[in-house]
Design a protein around this ligand. Sequence first.
Ligand code: GLY
Length: 613
Amino acid sequence: MTTRVRCSRRPRIGVALATLVVLTAACASFDPDARARFATPRRGMVVCEHPLATEVGVAILEQGGNAADAAVATALALAVVLPRAGNLGGGGFAVWVAHDASEAPRVLDFRETAPSALTSEHFLDANGQPDPERSLAHALACGVPGSPAGLFELHSELGSMRFEDVAQPAVDLARNGFPIDAELARSLAHDGVRAHLTREGAADQLFYPGGVALAEGDLLVQEALARTIERFARRGPSGFYQGEVANALLAAVRAGDGVLSAGDLRDYEPVWREPLRGWFRGLEIITVPPPSSGGLVLLQVLSMLDGFPLDQEIVAAAEDARRMGRDLDPREAGLSGRAVHWWIEAMRRAFADRAVHMGDPDSPNVDVPVDELLSPEWVSERRVSISEFAVPDVAPLDLPAFREDGETTHLSVLDTHGNAVSLTTTLNTSFGNGLLVPGAGFFLNNEIDDFALFPGVPNAYGLVGGDANALEPRKRPLSSMTPTIVREGDQVVRWVLGSPGGPRIITAVIQVFLRCEVYGQSLADAVAAPRLHQQWNPPATRFEAGWDPLLLDRLRGRRHEVVETEGTFASVQAIRVDVGGEPVGVSDPRASGAVGAEGRDLVPAAAFARKPR
Ligand code: GLY
């Protein structure tokens, strides 16, 4: 395990304002017990994308485990019950904030790395053209898995229980089986998924026995996966990266003409990194540094927006609604076309920088200009470049010449001490590269597609990139994962949140946070509210169903290309702690997860669906 701190970022944005707000609030109502009451959540909570995994995490908390124990147990359970994204064969990031504010927050990077023999030529077809099949549905697409090493490291540094006890619920779920839910059944019945999973034997036999897709309510028993987790639980990372499991993985890769080697597995290490930290309206945002772009884009967008009169626009939106003869629904955010225009333009600018400047900071060929990208000068320049109309062709930060950049799942955990873990993990697209390792029972990722394999050629998420995110041996591909924890005035945890969804992760996290902190929506309303997504390339902004048609017209009037889609964006899994220490959890109704709290019944994601007006 390695510690690198190259991406450190001290609070800077809005620090004066934040200090003022915190001091004013503190002086107005000083109560020596307030911090203690606020700092100690009344009950531990777990929010994730599958009720059975939520249940596992809550049971660990109830046995006295802390947030790290519960996060690792939940992640391992997701590897069993959410095969499209939960994983052993993928990677991710975790943010840890301790109850004791004197303990520095930490980020664990367990992102996959490129195999040492992999080159971009591997992704050309017979005619020398980029072949997306190879980076998505081929053994070549597989980066060296980071999850086993990462989860073990997270637990050994921060957990309090025995690792075997934390892993046991996942073993039981795999061995005893669990009934397939409607979401997995729907997914298995989908033609594209069937084609992806029936290319080779193991996944085909597991999910389509006798050629028929498992249906809702069928029991999914995964004995091979149970043995793999058991072995890993007993031996630690060597139980995965060496010996029987490693040999099965390597055989699967070889059979599919991949190049991942025994040396690649043996050399894999997760990396502790300093989190990125920024401020917004007195809240300290603690998030992931590169090789994820999530934290940088999040902080850039919030910093740009912090300089706009968002509150004034809420009043304008209410007046506008009254002029149109209607009152704003109290659950609505009071969004004006002008404010949403600012959101979109801020996202566009941050994603332009993502495409050019962001990549793996540990590559000798990459130097992510973190400080420059978050500098007040650059953020201000970006802000003033936002006019009253859309500008689709914004250029990325121009650095001086001597300075040369699906499917995922998220879990949020808070314990009664006030420790928090925000963890996002992925195989990349649904079921990764579709190869289930025979005899070991886990899917391999297709994370190599997250590299900018060829300049200007979009990846599965339509993202383009350049040299900073070019494929290199042992390099980590740029991610959009944005596990984030927000503290109140540098002390107590206020938010734990994150999401799956490729680049939509970042914009979903931004919107949920803004809707609560600026527009005063409840967490449930903020998560359920329709989302938009803007990522610079393509220039159009995409909108989920449910936006006010008048607002979309106003955006068109500001020269925005508006694309309305049937699909949904991301799946936010969030906890927000109310004053008084009561945690409120919401599992996005776009998926089938659940909120679990100690001593309470699970609340399914469907309970948070948007109610008709
Ligand atoms: N594999 C998606 C991401 O890391 O952004």
